[in-house]
Design a protein around this ligand. Structure first.
Ligand SMILES: C[S@@+](CC[C@H](N)C(=O)[O-])C[C@H]1O[C@@H](n2cnc3c(N)ncnc32)[C@H](O)[C@@H]1O
Length: 315
């Protein structure tokens, strides 16, 4: 495939010559869909001159405010503006430290444009690895639950790359739920507001094939060390995982066997340092654990599988 001639439309890479590869095949080939996108050079319709604010002026302003990728950011701001006044306000907000994604209202994740409102957790690039692991496990028609869904990024990508999944997502933060509804319901999924499993339909008990949870896992003491964009502009509930960072994971793993189908899997993102403890938690709850690691993204995922039903003599 000639990447320079490719365009990406919602979850699918289309080649000019008509041949197609899906996002799923891109993920499984370890190809970064976002890279494909960037290389195709077709992601954003960049602007150039708007009113009296030139791209050069915006770049200088952003650079002075400490933005490392000032040129890229300026192009994104120009492409997002509706009026010159809008653009000026966006540049002001960005220069004052609001994360770019909150300023323009969306984040790029696995080739999808995910709506993110101020305060809502911005999907991290390392979470692509969680998506990849879940996509490898899920079969067509699988029931997938995205707990602690935030903007709904993980579930939205899974719905885009997998065939006919039944997707349910929950989050405790009303602002996140509003975003997730925008990102997930277009993909045919359902979003509920509430504490972990509590708002899910009870009919899902014992039937969930893939349970993904990028729950907060920063230890409370380490919150102060996070970059200001996270510490100040993302909700505390999205980050704080309690004393050792694993409080929410513990609750997720504790109830997982009740919701998983036999042979179903729970996948959680964690840190390399925390992974041995996460493994312990999974084991204690009867899940058979496995650790997956991708150094390039500094990404660690622990996968716990609920044992299949015991075989009877007819097996
Ligand atoms: C680290 S963010 C991850 C968001 C999303 N999964 C992603 O990867 O972009 C954690 C999310 O968990 C949510 N959360 C925290 N505690 C929760 C709970 N008890 N029940 C449901 N959601 C919770 C937060 O509101 C936040 O949106």
């Amino acid at each position: 495939m000639d990447l320079r001639k490719a365009t990406l439309s919602f979850g699918r890479v289309n080649c000019i010559d008509g041949s197609k590869i899906t996002t799923k095949s891109a993920l499984s080939k370890n190809v970064d869909v976002v890279t494909l996108h960037a290389e195709a050079g077709s992601f954003v319709n960049y602007g150039g001159f708007h009113g009296d604010i030139t791209c050069t002026k915006i770049v200088s302003r952003l650079r002075a405010a400490g933005c490392v990728f000032a040129e890229d950011e300026a192009r994104l701001l120009l492409s997002a503006e509706r009026t010159p006044a809008d653009l000026a306000a966006m540049v002001d907000s960005r220069a004052a430290g609001l994360p770019l994604e909150h300023v323009i209202g969306w984040a790029e994740f696995c080739g999808l444009r995910i709506a993110v409102d101020p305060g809502v957790f911005i999907p991290r690039q390392r979470t692509k690895f969680l998506v990849r692991q879940a996509a490898d496990i899920a079969r067509p028609g699988a029931i997938v639950v995205d707990l602690c869904c935030g903007s709904g990024a993980v579930g939205a990508v899974l719905a885009a790359v997998l065939e006919r999944i039944e997707l349910h997502a929950t989050d405790i933060d009303p602002a996140a739920v509003l975003c997730a509804r925008r990102n997930v319901t277009v993909a045919g999924g359902y979003v509920y507001e509430g504490d972990l499993y509590e708002p899910l339909p009870s009919t899902l008990r014992g039937h969930v094939d893939v349970l993904v949870a990028n729950a907060p896992y920063v230890p409370t003491e380490a919150i102060g060390l996070l970059p200001p964009e996270a510490r100040i502009h993302e909700a505390r509930v999205a980050l704080d995982g309690g004393a050792d960072g694993l409080d929410v994971q513990r609750r997720v793993a504790n109830a997982a066997p009740l919701w998983l189908a036999p042979g179903g899997s729970l996948l959680v993102e964690t840190s390399e340092r925390q992974a041995p403890k996460t493994v312990e938690i999974f084991t204690r709850n009867g899940l058979v654990p496995k650790v997956a690691r991708f150094d390039e993204l500094d990404a660690t995922v622990v996968i716990g599988t609920k044992p299949d039903l015991p075989c009877n003599s007819d097996c």
